[in-house]
Design a protein around this ligand. Structure first.
Ligand code: PLP
Length: 276
């Protein structure tokens, strides 16, 4: 198995990472998870556009030109013979003696690996979400390594036998711990707008575009816990969950849903675009 270290592929057992990497001290870094279907990366350009934007938002230079990083990711898929799964790309601000103040002359440090995965496509029963306060910072639009709020929400959900969290800021539903949340009411599709309170999921963007093609009305507006309690359908989207219906919400609110026609239609449409 190969991994990416800076600008080359190396055997995994030969890969080393510095003790003083700022990613390790401060979570000072960003990442992307790009799905791979039948050996081909899906929405590669969109993922690298977001990667670039995340880097810019935290004033971090790229370890290499974006096209070089893209081609490293593609070579990794090939060298590892990855059929279905994902490629993970991470970039930290680099290596320096521990100091909150970062210098601008550091060399960003790039790593990457692939992971085999089967995308479960028999999602006929919905999953359950655990509704819990969103305790994260105010720049959730950046795909940073700092995921404490997210992982704590995920653990809490699992401790209540739920597959995913539903985070809310006060009354406003934001997103999952690693997914975006959609609801359907009177055939209209609602999801939180892409601002600083959520990560603008690539799957979210693809699903919004597919929904438009299918003549659904997609409303990117914040909605409340009350709204989602009254919704006809709820589903989540993410690279690994694709489009997954929700049958139950527990925690701050309690409600249940049937797996409905809109989620099913979008699920099918999404599957078709991935060509798996
Ligand atoms: N929101 C958060 C907080 C995430 O971590 C993720 C993905 O991991 C998503 C949404 C979904 O993004 P994508 O569809 O690009 O996987």
């Amino acid at each position: 198995t190969y991994v990416i270290i800076q600008d080359e592929l190396v055997h995994r057992q030969d890969a080393t990472i510095s003790f003083d990497d700022r990613g390790y001290y401060f979570g000072d870094g960003i990442y992307e998870v790009i799905p791979v279907y039948n050996g081909r990366p899906f929405a590669l350009n969109e993922h690298f556009q977001r990667f670039l934007e995340s880097a810019q938002k935290i004033d971090m230079p790229l370890a290499a030109p974006v096209d070089k990083i893209k081609s490293l990711a593609c070579s990794l898929i090939e060298q590892n013979n990855l059929d279905n799964g994902y490629v993970y790309i991470q970039m930290t601000r680099g290596v320096a003696e521990r100091n909150h103040l970062y210098e601008r002359d550091l060399t960003s440090f790039l790593t990457g690996f692939t992971k085999e995965m089967t995308f479960p496509r028999d999602k006929h029963n919905g999953i359950s979400l655990y509704a819990t306060e969103d305790i994260r910072w105010l720049r959730c639009d950046i795909k940073t390594l700092n995921l404490l709020g997210n992982i704590m929400a995920k653990r809490k959900a699992a401790d209540h036998n739920c597959e995913e969290a539903l985070q809310h800021r006060g009354d406003v539903v934001t997103e999952g711990s690693s997914s975006n949340i959609f609801m359907v009411k009177n055939k209209n599709i609602y999801t939180h707008p892409a601002n600083n309170f959520i990560l603008n999921g690539i799957t979210r963007q693809v699903v919004i575009s597919l929904a438009g093609d299918l003549k659904y009305n997609v409303i990117e507006e914040a909605f409340s816990l009350d709204d989602i309690e009254q919704a006809d359908e709820v589903f989540i989207t993410s690279t690994s969950a694709e489009v997954t219906p929700v049958s139950k919400i527990q925690g701050t609110i309690e409600s249940s849903y049937l797996v409905g026609p809109v989620a099913k239609t979008l699920q099918e449409a999404f599957y078709r675009t991935t060509n798996l």
